[in-house]
Write a protein that binds this ligand. Structure first.
Ligand code: APR
Ligand code: PHB
Length: 389
């Protein structure tokens, strides 16, 4: 079996890369370890930066996002009950679109199925081979039968726990990591959102976030210790804790209900350098992880894919290697800026017991600076809506 670009992973990065290459006549094969329903069942944030939304349009899959996505011109920061709206549109003339990652994945899957481009679900023992040479191969097992795919390039879009990054020799890769001493307990509920825009709340009891998937389905989070367990949290306990961390007027408007999904996600910052190893490239969570505070995960996957697709298209159409030679440096420049913003926003909004009274005063000063300085507010708005790709 042969393809031009073998893509490992059918998450947003893999599917979007496949879509962009396919539209330029480049043959791809996507190899996914999970089944289709499992991939579609993942509950993930979907705050699309301006550039990401434009990319979905350019990929020919933006129609439903434009019709059903919620355009948000602002966000609310709430600090110990003190509310402050950041008008993104007024600050940087940008907005974000709230459209669940599950929906982005579904739109990309549907588009690939409509063209008949190859995708293998339920693959086992996936292994990238000989990517240091000029004839890389991808091995996998499907229904007990082993397959080997000859290809020009391998795209490792297989997420943080994927095989591609792990296949790189230790002496060829450097990782940078910060693990936070807390996680996010998230609840999905079929109730209207408590507010028309997202609310990022800092409280002495911990961080809270009020988000949404649509006008009838809401997503809420509270900071919990990293060793906490979902079993410790009844719906009632969750709603009480969320109310306690919001402003009184917001808490009063909260419409609660039975959770349809409840889970705890750990928070970490992680970057692997470089993002290219001969004929294998990493993109998305395979190369980096951000704490979800800045809603950058999906958007970083999209910008990696933009750069990688441009580089591979240039290789095939212009027989030039400058794009693929420059991919890692170009992608990492944007990755690290998003890592900085996500770390900064996490540091501003969460409770860090070990930082004591001094840390709490610094957080208060940061909030006061944000609410009194146009430059500070514009900086947050510029990063939140997305730095140039
Ligand atoms: N072989 C094949 N597929 C694999 C393997 C493997 N060995 N390991 C992982 N995968 C698949 C996973 O099942 C998943 O479907 O790779 C896909 C990776 O998708 P994501 O983890 O969603 O990563 P990415 O596409 O980079 O998207 C990043 O998704 O995880 C969120 O917060 C993240 O919003 C960000 C976005
Ligand atoms: C979400 O809706 O899941 C979400 C929104 C914004 C974030 C993180 C998560 O910063």
């Amino acid at each position: 079996m042969r393809t031009q670009v073998a893509i490992v992973g059918a998450g947003p990065a893999g599917l979007l890369l496949g879509r962009l290459l396919e539209r330029r006549g480049i043959d791809t094969l996507i190899i996914e370890q999970r089944d289709r329903d499992y991939v579609l069942g993942r509950i993930r944030a979907g705050v699309l930066e301006h550039e990401t939304a434009d990319m979905l349009d350019q990929a020919g899959i933006g129609k439903r996002m434009r019709a059903e996505g919620l355009v948000h011109d602002g966000i609310e920061l709430c600090f110990d009950g003190e509310r402050h709206r950041l008008d993104l549109r007024a600050l940087v003339d940008r907005h974000v679109i709230v459209y669940g990652q599950t929906e982005v994945t579904a739109d990309l899957m549907r588009a690939r199925e409509q063209t008949g481009a190859r995708i293998v679900y339920g693959a086992e023992d996936v292994m990238p081979l000989d990517f240091g040479g000029s004839q890389p191969r991808l091995r996998y097992t499907e229904n007990g039968i082993s397959h080997e795919v000859a290809c020009d390039f391998i795209a490792g879009c297989d997420g943080f726990h994927g095989i591609c990054r792990q296949s790189v020799p230790d002496n060829a890769i450097t990782s940078f990591e910060r693990i936070y001493p807390f996680g996010w307990l998230g609840v999905l509920v079929d109730q209207p959102p408590v507010a028309p825009e997202l609310i990022y709340a800092h409280h002495a009891r911990g961080f809270a976030l009020c988000s949404m998937r649509s006008n009838t389905r809401s997503r809420y989070y509270v900071q919990v210790p990293s060793d906490d367990s979902v079993e410790n949290w009844s719906d009632d306990r969750f709603w009480d804790e969320l109310r306690a961390r919001l402003s009184p007027e917001t808490a009063e408007c909260l419409q609660t209900g039975i959770s349809i999904e409840k889970s705890i996600a750990p928070l970490r910052s992680f970057v692997a350098e470089p993002m290219r190893f001969g004929r294998m490239f990493l993109a998305g969570d395979a190369a980096h992880i951000v704490p979800p505070t800045g809603a950058k995960g999906l958007n970083l996957a999209a910008s990696d894919v933009r750069y990688l697709a441009d580089a591979l298209i240039e290789y095939y159409e212009e027989k030039s290697t400058s794009g693929i030679d420059g991919y890692s440096e170009r992608a990492l420049r944007r990755v690290w800026k998003a890592e900085r913003f996500s770390w900064w926003m996490t540091s501003l909004l969460h409770v860090f017991p070990e930082s004591g009274g001094f840390g709490r005063r610094i957080q208060r000063a940061e909030f006061d600076y944000l609410t009194t300085s146009l430059a500070a507010a514009q900086s947050l708005a510029e990063n939140y809506t997305g730095l140039p790709v």
